[in-house]
Design a protein around this ligand. Sequence first.
Ligand code: FEO
Ligand code: CA
Ligand code: CA
Length: 637
Amino acid sequence: MAKDFRELEDSNRSRNPTIYEVSDPRRRIVLRAGLGALAAGFLSPLVSGCASAPVGRTGGPLIGFKSVPVSTADTVLVPEGYIATPAFAWGEPVGIAGNMPAFRPDGSNSAAEQEAQIGMHHDGMHYFPLEGSRRGLLVFNNEYTDDGLLHPDGMKTWNAEKVRKSIAAHGVTILEIEERGGEWRIVRPSRYARRITGATPMAISGPAAGHPMMRTAADPSGTRVLGTLNNCAHGVTPWGTYLTCEENFIFYFSGPEKPDAHGARWGLRRGGRGYRWHEHEERFDAVKHPNEPNRFGWVVEIDPMDPTSTPVKRTALGRAAHEGAWVVQTKDGRVVVYMGEDAAFEYIYKFVSRDRVRAGGYAANRDLLDHGRLYVARFDADGRGRWIELAAGVNGLTAERGFATQGDVVIKLRQASDLVGATKMDRPEWIAVDPNTSEVYCTLTNNPARGASGRPAVDAANPRANNTMGHIIKWKEDGDFDATTFTWSHFVLAGDPANSRPEAKGNIRGDIFANPDGLWFDARGVLWIQTDMHASVMYKDEYAGFGSNMMLAADPRTGEVRRFLVGPPNCEVTGVVCTPDMRTMFVNIQHPGESPTDRSDPDNPSRYSSWPSGTPGARPRSATVVIRRRDGGVIGT
Ligand code: FEO
Ligand code: CA
Ligand code: CA
């Protein structure tokens, strides 16, 4: 989700020592040397020391396309020799038999119709093959809504039906799609077609299930909840399920004028952030239902192959403003899930399962994500790092401090991380693991508050004050993915060498970008980077040289970055996956033409963009772009 810079979330008022507060003078000297080097432009070694690593299946240079220039055109630009076709836009019927309402471009579809149509504001996405690269399930998140576009008159009037439609446009979309003659289309009807929304019944499992803080009037058991919200990025398990991650869930809840310490730490506010659901759907009124927000902020597991299955909130993975949940396996077959919490001065997490993955799909692994150890990352100034366990009774997480059970720990995860001295990061977004080297990469999208008066100072891992540009950090675990120590470095500091501010120049080798968000390794080992500059700053001041948001390809061996795609104005580029043959790539374009200041104006919806229709006056729509090479070749070569 693009966050308004004016209210950049900074709920972390914890006071872990920054590097400047560390008493060991040697550690401080390391950091000062690093900052001196930063001015000279070589703080972060771009080459990972793995130049001899295998390059992937095809060998040769990783990146072969001609770079796309920056742009502000109302279209999607891709390199010469490529075709980008918009598809799967907000409002198209997903293909439920007997329930395929046509999209009405004026926003007049009902809430019930929206429940059978593609949701709004596409984000993280995966392709599950049914017939290899020809037919499969495309599953993607619908992160949030622009209610200025969702209803005929936007939010000028407000009622329960509009709230229901807004809730219905959130969640997850599951489409069966197939390729015919180079074109991809939705299979309709399909037995797999499904919408999961902010009202879909879900189960709660793991250590928070049944916890007193999870119980509400509607669910005295604390084990059942309606819906998933603000589904940002995602993950995929080895047993074929989809993980959808609840990011800015707190935006939907209206709290008391003065929230308690727990509510304040999670950003609860009177009135929420403008969704106004609480006016007609009482469970979003956290004054009347103070535990309802605790039932959000989880990683939710969905079986896309069974449209009757109940999604499950896996609380062992912890509660956070979850960006995503990226799954890898240890050599002995356990899973490790990497997670970042996208908010200023929040943390990076890792879950290590207790059990090994068993053959037999989801049926054989239904409880696997319910048992394991949860850790938070600490990045030290000497380039080393440590995973600190978050468990009741260890590392100072005692009953006296409010952590009597693991349920307490996972529900109050931010408070637990504050106590154990984890490193406060510059908005951790996507995480990706290099298939050739097992190095783990994480985008840190920005943090203008870093180093501001009264705020946490720079540290070795977050080395720039007023970090408007963002950076990408990487680490290598000591041994297997379940290790508790690692070595880290920066992959790249984003920025523009033409910037007059030294700390915003960055050290990119190749095409410039700012605010890295989406991050994905394809099977060949190309690192795809997607950007999320906010519409309120895009095209202005030090962002002027970047044009609109974009996607780039990086060679992790050399650090070279090359621009592959530019989206339409005011959009965010987020969500990318290829078919197994790597000849079709799906990329999501979220909120084209969004207003820099508020919800879109229903009387002038195409003020900034009318993508994908291009018709003047038409409402812009989030959609997927299907990218192919004209010669049918492998994407990116
Ligand atoms: Fe939903 Fe952190 O972007
Ligand atoms: Ca973002
Ligand atoms: Ca994101």
